[in-house]
Design a protein around this ligand. Sequence first.
Ligand code: SAH
Length: 414
Amino acid sequence: MSAPNPYPLGLRLAGRRVVVVGGGAVATRRVPALLDAGADVLLVSPELTPALRAHVDAGRLHWEPRRFAPDDLDGAWLVQAAVADAVAAAAVSAAAAERRIFCVRADDRAAATAWTPAVTRHGPVTVAVLGGGDPRRAMTVRDAVRDLLGARKGPLLTDPVEEGAPVNNAAAGRGRVALVGAGPGDPELITVKGWRLLTEADVVVADRLVPGLLLDELRTGVELVDASKIPYGPSRAQEEINRILVDRALAGAFVVRLKGGDPYVFGRGGEELLACAAAGVPVTVVPGVTSSIAAPAAAGVPVTHRAVAHEFTVVSGHVAPDSPASLVRWDALAGLRGTLVILMGLKNLAAITGTLIGHGRPADTPVAVVQEGTTGDQRSLRSTLGAVAADVVAAGLRPPAVVVVGDVVGALDG
Ligand code: SAH
C-alpha cells in the first residue's frame, strides 16, 4: 500500500524558531538554507562540525552544547532531527508530535512528519522537488529542472510582473545597470549570478575580451552593444559607453555591462558606476574571476604557494616605467620577493623587465607568460626576467596576456 502524497508548502521562517538536533554532516547541510530563510535557529548537540561552529562564532544561530531535551522544542515551528541514532531521533519525533510541530528525520523518512525537498534556486524563484520517498529521484528531477532554468530561460525568472502582462523589463519601468564580470575567457567561468543577470538583460554592452559563447546564448530580442566597436579614441569611447548605459536604463531597460575578468580590475568599472550613480541609475556589481589569478592558474602557476610566496601584486604595464604618467613604483616592486602579475604588459615588457632588474630583482627570476588563458587558444611560455622580453617576441605571443614573475613559476613542476 502506498502512502498518500505529501502536501507541498513554502514555509516562511523569518524570525521563527527552528530547532536542529545534531551537529554532524546532515545538520551542516540543512542549516544554511534555514539561515537563508531567516529562521531563528537553535542547534542542540554536544559536538559541532567546524562549519557549524563558524555559524555559532559569527552569531548566526544559538547553540546548546548538550543532548536534546523535549523543552528545547517549546516555541518552535519546525524541528530537524539530524541525528543518526534512531532512539535519539525517535525522542525528538515524539516531543515534536506532542507539541504538533513538524519533524524532519534524517534517519528514517517513513517516521518523519515532513520531508525536505531537493531544491534549486534562481534568484527569486525556488523549485522544490519531492521524489515520493526516493531522494535520488528528487535530485535527478531537480538537476534536470536546474539545467532547464539555467539555459536561456531568463524571462521566466525575472521579478514578478502583473498577471497577464508581457514579461518586459523596459515596460515595467525597472531601469537599472549590472556591472558583471564575465571571467577570464572560458565561458564556464562566469559566476552563477552573473549568468542569471545576463539571461535577464534587455540590453547587453559587452567588451572585446568577453567570451563570445556567452553572447551566443542570449535570449532573442536582446539589444547587443559591442563596446569595442565604438568608433572613438579610448576616452571618448568610455564616455559613449557611460552614456549608453545611462540612457538605456533611464528608458527603463535592464542593462548588463559585461566586462572581461573582474569589473574593478583595470576594467574602468568604477567610472561606469559613478556615471550611473550621477544619473540616479541603480547599479549592481557582480565580481568576476580575474585573469590576473586565473590565467596563471590555467598555465599551472599558483599566485601564492606555501613557503614560496606570501604575497602577490597585480600591476598594469600599459604605461612605460619611465613615463611621467606612470603611477607604479617599479623600483619598489623590484624589491619585493613575492609574485608580480603584470597585465597589459607585453608592449612595454623590455622596459619593465629592464627596470625591475635595474632595481635589484635577479635576472634569473622565473617568469611565465600566458596568452588567452583559460580559452581554447591559450598559449604560454616559461622564461626568466632577463630573457622573457626576447622570448615573447621570438614565440610571437600577443595580447591579451599576463606576465607572472616569481618563484611560484615552477613551484608545481614535479
Ligand atoms: N578586468 C580584467 C582585466 C582587464 S585589462 C580582469 O580582471 O581580468 C586587460 C588585460 O587583462 C589584458 O591586456 C591581459 O593582460 C589581461 N587578460 C585578460 N584576459 C586574459 C586572458 N584570458 N589571458 C591572459 N590575459 C588576460
